[in-house]
Design a protein around this ligand. Structure first.
Ligand SMILES: Cc1ncc(C[n+]2csc(CCOP(=O)(O)OP(=O)(O)O)c2C)c(N)n1
Ligand code: SF4
Ligand SMILES: [Mg+2]
Length: 217
């Protein structure tokens, strides 16, 4: 007979929400989320012991699309909130999610400080190299020369390299995946979530309407 301490073995489908994501059809963030359902199931993360924290952006809507505790916080402040959650209860698995604009632009200082402090948080960045939610302005990871509505003559600025920055900031787990390669992504998630410190997983995640340069092709 089952006792109250025995928890059900969850499958990927058990983390799916009642309301599906409202991302554009074909958005790379679907692949990022699907691999996360799989990782949660493989690692047997219980939804009541898991907290997903985000900032603002299309990608930052992710906590609303997974069955776990979630905080949809302020633009660029996901890691500050995630740090607070982890410090308040070390037993929780804390995963921060967001975009390149959120994490590498407005939230850049928090990103560096979180790596320096080595708080046990896994940070998944959906790097579409553009501001998707606000309909396509350049972000710190946009390629030089990339044309958008607000940079019709092409992006004048150089690209930020988050992997090199993470290495220089003392981050102990640095990985890059692609939303079109779910098996590889699953492995990165599993290793990152189990890593006992700050883990960065930067995921190339195409934005079809606003980044015509970095596509699935
Ligand atoms: C303080 C503040 N400044 C600006 C905005 C407007 N804003 C919302 S999302 C966003 C950029 C999001 O880009 P990214 O993090 O790359 O997410 P994506 O939509 O591409 O997934 C901006 C500038 C805001 N919500 N709050
Ligand atoms: S605008 Fe881009 S990032 Fe936002 S949901 Fe659509 S495809 Fe995804
Ligand atoms: Mg973006």
């Amino acid at each position: 007979m089952a006792t109250v301490t025995e928890l059900k073995k969850l499958e990927a489908k058990d983390y799916k929400p009642e309301i599906p994501p409202d991302w554009c059809p074909g958005c790379g963030d679907f692949g990022v989320l699907n691999a996360l359902f799989q990782a949660c199931a493989e690692l047997e993360l219980q939804p009541h012991e898991t907290v997903i924290v985000s900032g603002i952006g299309c990608s930052s809507n992710l906590p609303g699309f997974i069955r776990a505790y979630g905080v949809h916080s302020l633009h660029g402040r996901a890691l500050a909130v995630a740090t607070g959650v982890k410090l308040a209860n070390h037993a929780l698995t804390v995963i921060a999610t967001g975009g390149d604009g959120d994490g590498y632009g407005i939230g850049l200082n928090h990103f560096i400080q979180a790596m320096r402090r080595n708080i046990n948080v896994t940070y998944i960045v959906m790097n579409n190299e553009v501001y998707g939610l606000t309909t396509g302005q350049v972000s710190p990871t946009s390629e030089t020369g990339m044309k958008t509505k607000t940079s019709p003559l092409g992006n004048l600025e150089g690209m930020l390299n988050p992997m090199a920055l993470a290495l220089a900031s003392g981050c102990g787990y640095i990985a890059r995946g692609y939303s079109g390669q779910p098996k590889h992504l699953l492995k990165l998630y599993e290793d990152g979530i189990q890593y006992p410190g700050f883990a960065l997983i930067d995921v190339f995640s195409p934005c079809l309407p606003f980044n015509k340069q970095n596509t699935y092709q």
